[in-house]
Ligand binder design. Structure first.
Ligand code: GDP
Ligand code: IMO
Ligand code: MG
Length: 430
């Protein structure tokens, strides 16, 4: 089993970090292949929480090497901040954290570009504001993209920024309204980023070669997806998606490791649905401050790790998860945050959509069609017991077991882990 992938099958925040951490006992490397500091992965070990955005979750495991692959977009100040936070907590990653020299770098003008585009009402995606989209645009546009390896060569970086920044300033002034808008100075950015470069330098390698060597040496790798499959730029609810391939298809391009090495794919799902930002979410609970949606948000602490925004909350959508399970090639699912549903007398599972009066069981091909879909539910009785102390399947009340079983049937995959609390220990291995 050389490589496995942990991927979210909903709209992100499925608790991928917890699963990567659980599997971390039996791996040599953890590799991020997509996204950047738009991700927020929280892991709790013996009551202590670790919040990671740009760094792979493997960093908290002493014997694991962590790799930021070429498909990730890197904001150096965030990289440094996360490394320093770990150091403060007594975790030294100086010899165990690697970043690809091919990964693209996020600059302040990327964030400003995004801020300007997101501040108009029309076309708003509800992004995390981390410069992710504009940086990926520059990557595929080829003219303005700057990679981590280029940060390490002073005169090259200064020349490149002298070429890029005037274009960005023109673009920014076209987007800006009135006095809203900044002009950037190429030299100042170069000075700032050359400082970051010295902090990054010891971590920078050709990570695809490193991973090929690791595979040849028989090492085991976990590929840690950021975002969720419904935010994948190709297969998600376009245009309300992120700018990278969050599905396992992103691994080959985003790390250089061919798909044939990824032999186990673990799809992570919440026992309900959440979504942050704009875009349709058919099962969303819009039942007000005293409703079930707000109750789940409070108990599940459904506020974004990166932006603090309240997450939109809804019932489990089996149509969506069947779609992403197929796209990702998931071999199994892990069912997370089941404890959050305790105490609800009745639970609902979305088994089909009503699309303009017709019952459909396939996921529609874009957000515009999904917006017109109304959920068709099946009801299932809930359970009243607190389940946070359950450690084996038989500790769960019958209602909870039935709910797990029904999700497994609807998705068509076995459930390999049931999670009943944030802590590493609050897990039922099936
Ligand atoms: P990720 O982005 O997919 O890694 O997920 P996040 O870390 O953004 O969100 C998952 C949140 O749920 C984190 O705060 C976790 O600590 C927490 N969590 C994980 N598993 C459970 C669980 O089984 N029950 C509860 N109540 N919280 C959980
Ligand atoms: P993790 O890895 C949930 C959402 C944003 C927005 C859309 C585009 O923690 O699961 P972007 O900043 O990427 O251009 O925003 O994607 N989004 C996430 N939602 N979890 C995430 O990551 C997300 N990363 C991006 O809210 O709707
Ligand atoms: Mg998250």
């Amino acid at each position: 089993m050389p490589g496995m992938c942990v991927v979210g099958l909903q709209w992100g925040d499925e608790a991928k970090g917890k699963i990567v951490d659980l599997l971390g006992d039996d791996t040599d490397l953890v590799v991020r292949y997509n996204g950047g500091a738009n991700a927020g992965h929280t892991v709790v070990v013996n009551g202590k929480a670790f919040k990671l955005s740009l760094l792979p979750t493997g960093v908290i495991r002493p014997n694991v090497e962590s790799v930021i692959g070429n498909g990730v977009v890197v904001y150096p100040p965030r990289f440094i901040e996360e490394v320093e936070n770990l150091e403060k907590g007594g975790i030294d990653v100086s010899g165990s954290l690697f970043v690809s020299d091919h990964a693209h770098v996020i600059f302040p003008y990327h964030m400003e570009e995004e801020r300007l585009l997101e501040s108009g009402g029309e076309g708003k995606i509800g992004t995390t504001g981390r410069g992710i989209g504009p940086c990926y645009q520059d990557k595929v546009g080829r003219r303005f993209g700057i990679r981590v390896g280029e940060l390490l060569r002073e005169s090259h970086l200064r020349d490149k920024l002298k070429f890029v920044v005037p274009f960005k300033n023109k673009l920014m002034s076209a987007f800006a309204t009135g006095t809203d808008g900044k002009a950037f100075d190429a030299n100042a950015i170069a000075d700032e980023y050359l400082g970051y470069a010295e902090r990054l330098r010891p971590h920078v390698v050709d990570t695809s070669r490193m991973l090929h060597d690791a595979l040849a040496a028989g090492k085991k790798i976990i590929f840690e997806a950021a975002q969720g499959s419904l935010l994948d730029v190709d297969h998600g609810t376009y245009p309300y998606v992120t700018s990278s391939s969050s599905l396992p298809s992103g691994i080959w391009g985003g790390t250089g490791v061919p798909a044939k090495f990824v032999t186990r794919i673990i799809g992570v799902v919440k026992a309900y649905t959440t979504r942050v930002g704009q875009g349709p979410c058919p099962t969303e609970l819009l039942d007000g401050p005293d409703g079930i949606g707000e109750r789940i948000r409070k108990i599940g602490r459904e506020y974004g790790t990166v932006t603090g925004r309240p997450r939109r909350v809804g019932w489990f959508d089996a149509v969506a998860v069947r779609y992403t399970a197929a796209l990702s090639g998931a071999d199994e699912i892990t069912l997370m945050l089941l404890d959050v549903l305790s105490g609800l007398p009745e639970l609902k599972l979305c088994v089909a959509y009503d699309l303009d009066g017709e019952r459909v069981t396939h996921f529609p091909s874009d957000a515009y069609q999904l917006e017109r879909c109304k959920p068709i539910y099946e009801s299932i009785p809930g359970w009243s017991e607190d389940i946070t102390g359950a450690r084996k399947l038989s500790d769960l009340p019958l209602g909870a077991r039935k709910y797990v079983e029904r999700i497994s049937e609807l998705v068509g995959l076995k459930v390999s882990v049931v999670s009943v609390g944030p802590d590493r220990a609050q897990s039922i291995m099936m």
